[in-house]
Design a protein around this ligand. Structure first.
Ligand SMILES: Nc1ncnc2c1ncn2[C@@H]1O[C@H](COP(=O)(O)OP(=O)(O)OP(=O)(O)O)[C@@H](O)[C@H]1O
Length: 450
């Protein structure tokens, strides 16, 4: 009898333990799984995030267009006002933003539906649990106490799981963003502007040699811009590039700056291949002045010294560069002198003044090679004279490679290269080229008769 009682007790005990384990661990999970809470919540979130990401991918280029339009409008405000184009730009901007608005509305709708499902689902699950629980209790499959345990544990579990569900949003977003980021990081950069590697020789004489350079722009590999072009520029000389529009003059200047690398052939400066130099060293030695210099929304001093170590640049150096660039007298006539703001894109200055500040910015770097891409083309004849004077100062003792459409501005160049169809078709000084009566002669003749 004793053994029978003991056996019965043991069985009861084991059943109670097993039942309690099942009730504590398996039943709540089972009930949760049965209630579809987790899969539905996660599923809804994933659908929402994916839909939003897909929509975002479509919206992004549209948003970029709108941003571009806004920045064009800002930088050409004077032209827009002059031609009364404000209304047209408003319409274009509105039209550009319409698809964005549409997509954003769709995104909000999807988010609202998902939010509603998630929140009502909890109450729906309580309802299901009570219905199923009362059924089990009624038919003796479950004790009321166990049911309460299940309910209590499911609540704890669902709160924890809700945290997981909210993170799904971030996980999917991070996954998509990190994929984009990794793609960007893995993209091959033709010229790595941030690299610290490369030569920084103590001597930099300014000899430039282009040997059989072939080049096409990466976006247009089918049209060759330079065809095995070779030219040699001696240190300290002033060289002019002339030729018809689109013949590749600015491209040569960009290659010498190493904004691009030649497809084949070599460009050497100071005897070394451009690719071997440290880029920031190279950019200090080879300085460009373009037709429309970019000034920043900062003071004149800051614009002249832009990018240089503030500890290295004294006011004396800034003033020295401004004097050489023939702009000092104008600067000191301003109410705040060197601390006068230039305005956005240098809007508070004339074309000639901007150009001379840009020349001062180039000169303060003490370049060995100066690249002038139609530096006086946008100026009237009075401004051109003062900029020309600034350039004469700037080019003393440095190698200067210049492009000019007005051939009168390059007559004194040591050598003139006439570019045609990506090659050098004529070379010599002004008088030699006139005597040849070739392309240069015709260009000069056309400009005199115009
Ligand atoms: N970033 C670019 N991508 C693709 N093609 C370009 C790019 N820049 C210039 N080109 C093309 O390369 C050719 C040479 O242009 P480049 O600016 O060197 O000529 P250019 O002789 O300086 O002309 P211009 O005298 O009119 O300034 C042109 O046909 C031009 O359309």
């Amino acid at each position: 009898l004793l053994s029978e009682r003991t056996e019965q007790m043991m069985t009861d005990f084991l059943t109670a333990v097993l039942g309690s384990v099942v009730a504590t661990y398996i039943s709540p999970l089972f009930s949760l799984a049965c209630c579809y809470q987790l899969p539905i919540m996660i599923g809804a979130r994933v659908i929402e995030v994916r839909a939003n990401i897909r929509r975002q991918a479509k919206v992004m280029p549209v948003e970029e267009n709108a941003h571009k339009l806004a920045s064009i409008a800002l930088s050409h405000m004077a032209t827009i006002k002059a031609y009364s184009l404000q209304h047209r730009f408003f319409q274009m901007y509105d039209a550009a933003l319409l698809p964005v608005e549409h997509a954003r509305r769709q995104q909000s709708r999807i988010s609202a539906i998902v939010y509603a499902i998630q929140n009502s689902l909890v109450f729906f699950i309580y309802m299901c649990t009570f219905i199923v629980g009362s059924f089990f209790i009624e038919y003796g499959y479950l004790q009321p106490f166990d049911f309460l345990r299940i309910l209590f544990l499911s609540q704890i579990a669902s709160t924890r799981l809700a945290i997981v569900v909210t993170s799904v949003n971030d996980i999917v977003r991070s996954f998509v963003s990190s994929t984009t980021l990794v793609n960007v990081l893995q993209e091959e950069v033709p010229v790595d502007n941030l690299s610290d590697a490369g030569l920084t020789p103590g001597e930099f004489d300014g000899n430039i040699r282009l040997s059989k350079v072939r080049f096409y722009y990466p976006t247009r590999p089918e049209s060759a811009i330079l065809n095995e072009l070779s030219l040699n520029i001696k240190a300290g000389k002033t060289i002019a590039l002339v030729g018809p529009s689109g013949s590749g003059k600015s491209t040569i200047i960009q290659l010498v700056q190493r904004l691009y690398d030649p497809v084949s052939g070599r460009i050497t400066v100071n005897g070394y291949d451009l690719r071997d130099y440290n880029l920031s060293y190279l950019r200090r030695k080879i300085v460009p002045v373009s037709q429309e210099p970019t000034l920043f929304d900062a003071t004149i001093s800051e614009n002249i010294a832009y990018g240089l170590d503030p500890l290295e640049v004294t006011q004396e150096r800034i003033v020295g560069a401004a004097k050489l660039a023939n702009i000092h007298d104008f600067i000191i006539s301003l109410p705040k002198g060197y601390n006068e703001p230039c305005g956005e894109f240098g809007a508070q200055l004339s074309g000639g003044q901007k150009q001379r500040i840009a020349i001062a910015r180039a000169l303060i770097r003490k370049p060995s090679i100066l690249l002038l891409d139609e530096a006086t083309a946008a100026l009237d004849s009075a401004s051109e004279r003062s900029v020309q004077l600034a350039l004469e100062n700037a080019t003393k003792g440095v190698t200067c490679l210049m492009i000019a459409h007005r051939l009168s501005t390059i007559q004194n160049a040591d050598e003139i290269f006439v570019i045609g169809a990506g090659r050098i078709v004529e070379r010599g000084n002004h008088n030699q080229l006139l005597q040849r009566e070739g392309l240069y002669y015709n260009m000069c003749h056309r400009q005199i008769t115009e």
